[in-house]
Structures are given as C-alpha cells and as structure tokens.
Design a protein around this ligand. Structure first.
Ligand code: LER
Ligand code: MN
Length: 272
C-alpha cells in the first residue's frame, strides 16, 4: 500500500475534506518533504490542469498522481449522472470523460463520488440506477482505453441516497457488463454506514480499488476513534495494494493533518 494526500483547486469546496488548498506547487512540495508517494487532486474541471506543468511537478518531486476527483462538476456546475435533465446528464458524462483522459495520462483513475447524484424530485430509484449503470458502463470502458480503472465511491446518507455501503455497491457493480469499475472505500463514509467496516472490505474484496484514509470524524487517522487495526488487516487479507489517500479536513491545520497522516500510515504499514 502507498500513501497519498489530497489537494483541492476548487475555492467553492472550501470547508471540504482536502488537506492542501494553495495550488499544486505548494501541495507537491509539502507532500514530497513529508515523504508521501502521491497526490490526489480535486480540480474544478479537466482543463484547469496543465498536463505539462503537472508532469514537471511530478518529475521534480518524484511523486505520482493517486487519483483525480470529478466532484468539481457537482460543486461548480451542479452536474450529476442521474440528473432529471438529459442535457445535464450528458454534460456530466463529458465532464467525467475529460477527467478520465487527464488522469489516464498520468496512470491514475478518475473518481465518481458526488457525480452519482441522487434519486427523487421526479426521478425514481430504478430510473436513476439505470442512468448511472449506463454511464458507468460507458465511462468504465472508456477508462479501459486509458489503461486505468474507474473508481466509484459509495457516500454516506447525507450525500446520496443511491449507494451508501460497499456490499450493495459491489453487488450492483457485478451486474454491469464492464469489469473496469472499482470501489473507492472512504473510511469516513464507512464509519457512518457500515455495521463492520472490516467485514465490508472483505465483502467487496478485489473490487476495492482505492481507499480514502480518514478517521471517524473525517480528521487524520489517529485524531478520531476508528479502530484501524481490523481495517488494515482486512485490506492486507484482500490483497489491497493501492493508495491510502487522506481525504480529510485540514485540522488543526494542513501541515499538522498531513504530518499525522504520514505518521499513521507508516505506523499501520509497519504492523505485521
Ligand atoms: C468524495 O471523495 C467524497 O468523499 C465526498 O464526500 C466529497 O465531499
Ligand atoms: Mn471520499
């Protein structure tokens, strides 16, 4: 397992669970100094990132891109893949496709979290699931062409009424034809929704493609009350070899949250 830390480039998401807020160069220098392996980026749109500039930063700091989020499409433009309006759904799909292409150039997956939307307001659950399934089928196969998976993230009940738990998500993903969509297991959402987070990880097994490494209160691991040992044991047992990526609140400040995260990751990876 490898370590990653988040940076948001979206001013409208201020107050959200991202560690760094002052641009890519700032995030890369902090992350490299602390010894992280990679950065996870939350951009407002694909065209907000200059690939050549990002490549220079990656090479200079010897860091990787862990993943790139698509939630900027929701935060900035209120796009979702299950919106009642066909044109909005189309734009949401194009937004995600742009992030897949950008991230794929760096060997990284795109994340669909908030862009799943929710059912209601005239859209039935069945209809929303049909639209979401079509979108994941299309976008998952598009990601095959970039030789990366596509990550789909169950969220807690306050953020979506579609997928809240890993087991339900895994069962539904197995009904799709594409085999290229993996689950993003966010330990903060899981702390709210799962009866037993370690058992949920075992149930999803090889479908787990990324982990948002957060404590119960969405602060750095060690700053809340989640029992991390059974979770780490489950990740080892399912053969998880991806990132532990800190999508957490920058509390008490970005530097302290980042320091606590890398210390916690090293401590947990050192356990037998
Ligand atoms: C996205 O990764 C996520 O976890 C959402 O809750 C964003 O706030
Ligand atoms: Mn998350």
């Amino acid at each position: 397992m490898r370590s990653a830390i988040t940076v948001s480039l979206v001013p409208q998401s201020k107050g959200g669970p991202f560690v760094f807020w002052d641009g890519l160069a700032d995030a890369f220098s902090h992350a490299a100094r602390l010894g992280f392996d990679a950065i996870e980026i939350f951009p407002p749109a694909a065209n907000a990132i200059d690939p050549a500039g990002l490549r220079r930063l990656l090479d200079h700091h010897r860091l990787g891109v862990a993943a790139i989020g698509t939630g900027g499409g929701w935060v900035v433009r209120q796009l979702t893949l299950t919106h009642a309006e066909a044109e909005t759904r189309r734009q949401a799909r194009e937004f995600v496709r742009g992030i897949i292409d950008l991230a794929g150039g760096f060997g990284a997956p795109a994340i669909i979290g908030s862009m799943q939307g929710r059912w209601g307001g005239g859209v039935t659950r069945e209809q929303a699931l049909a639209w979401l399934g079509e979108a994941l089928q299309d976008l998952g196969e598009h990601a095959v062409g970039c030789q990366v998976p596509l990550l789909f993230e169950p969220l807690n009940r306050y953020e979506t009424n579609l997928f809240n738990r890993l087991g339900d998500t895994a069962a539904w993903l197995r009904t799709l034809d594409t085999r290229n969509v993996r689950i993003l297991a966010d330990l903060f959402h899981m702390n709210i929704e799962e009866a037993d987070p370690a058992a949920a990880l075992r149930e999803a097994g090889p479908l787990v493609g990324h982990v948002h490494f957060a404590d119960s209160n969405r602060r750095a691991v060690g700053f809340g009350h989640t029992s991390m040992a059974p979770i780490m044991a489950a990740l080892r047992d399912i053969g998880y070899a991806g990132y532990l990526s800190a999508e957490i609140l920058p509390l008490p400040d970005s530097a302290a949250a980042a320091r606590q995260t890398i210390d916690a990751i090293r401590q947990h990876l050192a356990q037998p």
